[in-house]
Design a protein around this ligand. Structure first.
Ligand code: ARG
Length: 318
C-alpha cells in the first residue's frame, strides 16, 4: 500500500454529507454479552449467572447514552448488530477516522477478528452514503484496534496511538502515513488498561485526562513532554477503574459512566461540564462511554471543515 495514496484532501471532505452536528457511529447492544475472556475485566461465568438482568441493564444504559448524545445535538448512525459478535457494540474499535478517511482495524484476538468483514461492509456503505470519502486497510501484520487505541488530539493536531497489549508499535507510522499527521505511541503497561482509551482522553480544549500508572515509564514521558502540567488531569486508581478516562467530549461537556467529586471539580474549574451516564454493565467487558461510540467527523481542518459543509446530515443506518 503506497503511503502517498492515503493523503486526505480537503476536496474529499467538502463533498461529504457532514452537517454541523457531531456524528457518531453506535451499535445497539442486542447481542452484547461476555462470552469469552480477552481482558481481565471479562468473566463469562459471572455474566452468564446474571445474564437476564445484565442484558436488560446494558440495553437501558446504552439507550441512555444514545439519548444523552442526541439530546446534546449529536447525530448517530447505527451499525447493525450481529449475533455471535458480542463486542461489535464497541464501535470505537472499528476504525480510525480523520478528515473523511477511515482506516479499518485489525484485531489481535481471533474472537474479535470476525467483526472485521462486517465492519468493512458497513464502512463501504458509509462511503456510498457519502458520510466518508475513502476506506483503507492496514498493511499485513500490523494490528490496530481502531480509535480504541488511536485518539485524535484536536488541540495538538496529533494522534495518540496506544501500543502493547493490543495494537502493535508499527501502527503509529501507518497512522502518520495514512492521515498525514503526527502519531505519538505511548506504550501501555497494565492488562486492565489494554486499550489507550481506557487510560487517556484528549479534550479539544487541550486538557488530557489520563491514568499515569497505565503506561510504561517511556510511554508516560511521551505524554508528559507534550502536555504542560496545567493541562494534565491525572486520574486516581479508583477513577481509572471506573473508566473515567473512557469519556466522550461533546460541545463543552464530557460524558462518562461515573465521575467522583474530585475529578468533577477539576473539570468544572476548567469550564468543562460533566454528565454522568452509568455504563457499568459494559465495564464487565472492559468498556464504557468512549468505547461505545466512534466519531465519524473528526477533522484536522478545524473551522475550515465546518464551513465546507453543504449537505444537511440525516440519521442513517450503516
Ligand atoms: N471486550 C472488548 C475487548 O476486550 C472491549 C473493548 C472496549 N473498547 C475500547 N475501545 N476500549 O476487546
Amino acid at each position: 500500500m503506497k503511503p502517498q495514496s492515503y493523503a486526505p484532501r480537503v476536496d474529499h471532505i467538502s463533498r461529504l454529507k457532514i452537517g454541523h452536528a457531531p456524528h457518531f457511529l453506535m451499535c445497539p447492544p442486542r447481542y452484547f454479552g461476555v462470552r469469552y475472556r480477552i481482558n481481565p475485566w471479562m468473566d463469562p461465568e459471572a455474566w452468564s449467572k446474571g445474564e437476564g438482568s445484565l442484558k436488560a441493564e446494558a440495553e437501558q444504559q446504552w439507550t441512555s447514552l444514545h439519548e444523552v448524545l442526541t439530546s446534546r445535538g449529536a447525530d448517530v448512525t447505527f451499525l447493525r448488530c450481529k449475533p455471535d459478535l458480542p463486542d461489535l457494540v464497541f464501535t470505537a474499535n472499528a476504525a480510525v477516522i480523520l478528515d473523511g478517511v477511515a482506516l479499518l482495524s485489525r484485531f489481535r484476538h481471533s474472537e474479535r477478528q470476525a467483526e472485521q468483514p462486517i465492519v468493512a461492509a458497513a464502512f463501504r456503505r458509509l462511503v456510498e452514503q457519502q458520510y466518508l470519502a475513502a476506506v483503507f486497510e492496514l498493511p499485513p501484520n500490523v494490528t490496530l484496534e481502531g480509535a480504541g487505541d488511536c485518539i485524535w488530539d484536536r488541540h495538538r493536531r496529533l494522534f495518540w496511538v496506544g501500543c502493547g497489549p493490543r495494537s502493535t508499535r508499527d501502527a503509529g507510522s501507518v497512522i502518520a502515513a495514512c492521515f498525514g499527521v503526527e502519531a505519538v505511541s505511548p506504550e501501555l503497561a497494565d492488562a486492565r488498561f489494554y486499550h489507550l482509551d481506557t487510560a487517556l482522553c484528549a479534550l479539544p480544549t487541550g486538557e488530557l485526562i489520563y491514568y499515569p500508572e497505565a503506561f510504561t515509564e517511556a510511554g508516560l514521558r511521551e505524554i508528559e513532554v507534550r502536555v504542560e502540567p496545567s493541562g494534565r488531569l491525572a486520574l486516581t486508581h479508583e477513577e481509572a477503574t471506573q473508566f473515567a478516562a473512557n469519556a466522550v467530549y461533546l460541545d463543552g461537556c464530557v460524558l462518562m459512566s461515573r465521575c467522583g467529586e474530585r475529578l468533577r471539580r477539576e473539570l468544572e474549574v476548567r469550564g468543562i461540564e460533566v454528565i454522568e451516564t452509568p455504563l457499568d454493565a459494559f465495564w464487565r467487558s472492559g468498556g464504557s462511554a468512549c468505547c461505545l461510540t466512534l466519531r465519524l467527523d473528526h477533522s484536522s481542518y478545524g473551522a475550515e471543515r465546518v464551513s465546507c459543509a453543504a449537505v444537511p446530515y440525516a440519521t442513517a443506518s450503516a
